[in-house]
Design a protein. Structure first.
Length: 116
């Protein structure tokens, strides 16, 4: 099955994924930089991705811990999910996600905010 990831520079990567693997693990294991500081516990928000809208209703509902982590992110949107909480399965073959500032993509604006 495939996972399609847009990286911090806007490049699209088509990655081979295994059923039951977390999206975060697939991204990391294919060598695409992603912070994922808590290692998949779903509490830090540093594996935050934007899921393309047409895929959202195929995902399982976020649990309370994931919702709490997303609530703390300034850049979270209705398409935001933690990639460590999305488990690949046949229904998600072709899933499209984009990395975010929290996952390691820093815009000039976010870098300036952190420096302040």
């Amino acid at each position: 099955m495939k996972l399609i990831v847009t990286d911090c520079e806007g490049r699209e990567h088509v990655l081979e994924a295994l059923e039951g693997w977390r999206v975060m693990e697939v991204i990391r294991d294919w060598g695409i930089p992603i912070k994922a500081e808590c290692g998949g516990a779903g509490i830090c928000g540093t594996c935050h991705v934007e899921v393309e809208a047409e895929w959202l209703d195929r995902l399982s509902e976020p649990n309370d811990e994931e919702l709490d982590a997303l609530d703390k992110l300034a850049t979270a949107t209705e398409n935001s999910r933690l990639s460590c909480q999305i488990l690949m399965n046949d229904d998600l073959d072709g899933l499209r996600v984009s990395l975010t500032a929290e996952a390691g993509c820093e815009s000039e604006e976010s870098a300036a905010t952190e420096a302040a």
